[in-house]
Design a protein around this ligand. Structure first.
Ligand SMILES: C[S@@+](CC[C@H](N)C(=O)[O-])C[C@H]1O[C@@H](n2cnc3c(N)ncnc32)[C@H](O)[C@@H]1O
Length: 278
């Protein structure tokens, strides 16, 4: 029998492995229709975040705004300890139930926390690795979140953040598909859906809200969802297939996304970047 991986061994979470984990955690039905936000973007974000944080077995990650995502479980299965920080108590309960049903010996530890990222019950300068995957854009008071990330990150600590992006201004979102109302510059709420706040960030916003309060430096910087994957697929009527037929997302992530990133220089829908605190 092969030896169990050692503490300190690098964690590699490929797109394919993410899909395999989703099936293991949520059943085969996930391939037909997702039960969480698992989709094309997540298949791109989870492998990127894991690699960008340089995760190793035995590391501890603070995951902000976990929702009902499988990412914390994937990390735990890879031997990483995870703090699941989420505002919605029902979602944290869901995470805990999922954990109880799927935990195996050798998994990393799992620490669920009902709390707001604007005021985290976490010691200053105690976090070496922090992930925020498609969550910060939903928090109206993002300046407090930026200060909190700066406060909890330890010296030399690394945060992997993915957020919606615009180089200048967005005045519409999902136009003709779903009704989003603009409430601030680059910020929207979905009509009739309480708590659906959604914001796009410019370079200046990212610098002001996340980089400066942490006195941090941006390390990696990547984008996804440009004129093909966003313009011809996601932000069109095809979006009704967004949560369906997850295997198509694997093909799009592995084949189309790398080509798009190489050839297309239009604004990405999202950016993924790391912050390193000195
Ligand atoms: C799009 S969802 C989750 C995305 C998830 N990280 C993933 O990988 O699929 C955003 C989450 O942020 C949570 N959230 C909103 N405001 C928050 C806050 N102030 N503090 C922590 N979490 C918050 C929401 O409850 C929601 O579950």
């Amino acid at each position: 029998m092969a030896d169990a991986p050692r503490a300190g061994a690098p964690v590699q979470l490929s797109a394919m492995r993410c899909v395999a984990y989703e099936i293991a955690l949520n059943g085969w039905a996930i391939l037909r229709e997702t039960v969480n936000d698992f989709s094309l973007w997540r298949i791109i974000e989870y492998p990127w975040s894991t690699k960008a944080l340089g995760l190793r077995r035995g590391d501890l990650v603070l995951d902000i705004g976990s929702g009902t995502s499988s990412y914390p479980h994937m990390l735990a299965k890879e031997g990483v300890d995870v703090i699941v920080l989420e505002l919605d108590a029902d979602r944290v309960r869901w995470q805990l139930q999922k954990r109880r049903a799927t935990a195996r010996p050798g998994d990393g530890r799992f620490f669920p926390l009902v709390a707001s990222a604007t005021d985290m019950p976490i010691r200053s300068e105690s976090v070496d690795r922090l992930a925020a995957v498609s969550s910060l854009e939903h928090i109206p008071d993002d300046e407090s979140v930026g200060r909190e990330i700066g406060r909890v990150l330890a010296g030399g600590g690394l945060a992997a953040i993915t957020i919606p992006y615009t180089s200048t201004e967005r005045t519409g979102f999902f136009q003709g598909i779903r009704k989003f109302i603009q409430v601030q510059r680059n910020a929207f709420v979905q009509e009739g859906k309480a708590g659906s706040f959604f914001r796009f960030y410019t370079d200046a916003d990212i610098d002001r809200v996340y980089v400066r309060p942490a006195n941090a430096r941006i390390g990696e910087w990547r984008g996804f969802g440009r004129s093909w994957l966003n313009g011809r697929y996601h932000e069109t009527k095809l979006t009704k297939y967004w949560r369906r037929y997850v295997l198509k997302d694997l093909l799009l992530a592995l084949l189309v996304h790398p080509i798009e990133e190489r050839l297309d220089h239009s604004d990405p829908l999202y950016v993924m970047f790391t912050l390193r605190k000195p």
